[in-house]
Ligand binder design. Structure first.
Ligand code: FO1
Length: 313
């Protein structure tokens, strides 16, 4: 069985670990969000790709959900000692090695998809991890800064330095319009038996992947089941509410289900607290959504997969 999942960061990666356990014999292709990517200290950092790679490869800092386990920050401290910023993005010594290898390969002319394949040869995540595109796409946020006035900042600055505390007046995936799906992305979607949307951020993760021309239609041609990232009006983790507000969407399982809509979704898994949710043209089912431990995560992934196979007939 061929499964394709669109994944962002922490929630997506954890769901994929459960999916791999729920369908060990399936061929799973992950289309990873690259809108969070940022260049720092001359290095290309791909947070969502790395979170999937480390989480499925056994190298993730489980508590944080991002970055490497057993991390140290000597390089970060030395950079700060030189007064070289930014200091707000926590790059660890082990993590730096990933960005050095990636940047070296990109500089040698390898595309991001080839680089990601090379990095995954070490981590062996048990899925095929494809970036959504090999072209540069970065999510930027327009804010009105008290001192500096209205300006566009990188998503990571809004997310990490400001903790999304300043309202985002608009969020845009800069470069998405001119981006092409990475090699293998459209073929994977064409050959898929089912497509799953993990409980990733619907705006800056799933939404950004769908913004790459060609991907939305290729996804829509499949049987698609999504898992709500919102339970009872609040995001399970992260700050999806700040992102949804920025695009004028209510923070609810119903609103996110409608945001994806029947043009994309065939099925939508919501929490028991949202059992009354209805989305026109979409089969809504309620069940526990919290990925509180590996068993719960596996059961959730199994439920999403089973619903997709049920709706496919
Ligand atoms: N998130 C934070 O909240 N603080 C950090 O200092 C931070 C550093 C970081 C370094 C590498 C990396 O791959 C991810 C990192 N993240 C950090 C998480 C990152 O902002 C998010 O994972 C995504 O971009 C949103 O899903």
């Amino acid at each position: 069985m061929k499964i394709v999942a669109l994944a962002g960061g922490i929630g997506g990666a954890r769901f994929l670990r459960g999916l791999r356990a729920a369908a060990p014999e399936a061929e799973i292709t992950v289309i990873g969000n690259t809108g969070d990517d940022i260049s720092l200290f001359g290095l290309r950092v791909c947070p969502d790709l790395d979170t999937v790679m480390y989480t499925l490869g056994g190298g993730i800092d489980e508590e944080q959900g991002w970055g490497r386990s057993g991390e140290t920050f000597a390089v970060k401290d030395e950079l700060a000692a030189y007064g070289v910023g930014p200091s707000w993005f926590g790059l660890g010594d082990r993590d730096f090695a990933t960005h050095i290898v990636r940047t070296q390969m990109l500089a040698a002319g390898y595309k991001l998809s080839a680089v990601t394949e090379a990095l995954c040869a070490r981590w062996r995540p048990g899925v095929r991890l494809l970036p959504m595109t090999d072209d540069q796409v970065e999510t930027h946020v327009v804010v009105t800064d008290p001192e500096k006035g209205r300006r566009a900042i990188h998503f990571q600055e809004w997310w990490v330095r400001l903790r999304a505390s300043v309202p985002a007046e608009s969020i845009g995936a800069v470069g998405a319009d001119d981006a092409k799906p990475a090699p293998g992305v459209l073929a994977a979607l064409d050959e898929a038996d089912v497509v799953l949307f993990p409980p990733s951020n619907p705006v800056v993760s799933i939404g950004t992947i769908l913004a790459v021309p060609g991907i939305r239609d290729a996804v829509a041609a499949n049987t698609v089941v999504g898992v709500s990232p919102i339970i009872g009006g609040a995001p399970v983790r992260g700050m999806a509410d700040a992102c949804l507000t920025a695009i004028g969407v209510e923070t609810s399982a119903a609103a996110v289900g409608a945001l994806y809509g029947p043009g994309l979704l065939d099925g939508w898994l919501v929490a028991e607290a949202d059992a009354d949710v209805r989305v026109d043209g979409v089969e809504v089912r309620s069940r526990p959504l919290l990925m509180s431990d590996p068993e719960a995560t596996e059961e959730l992934a199994r439920a999403a997969l089973d619903l997709a196979l049920e709706l496919k007939r």
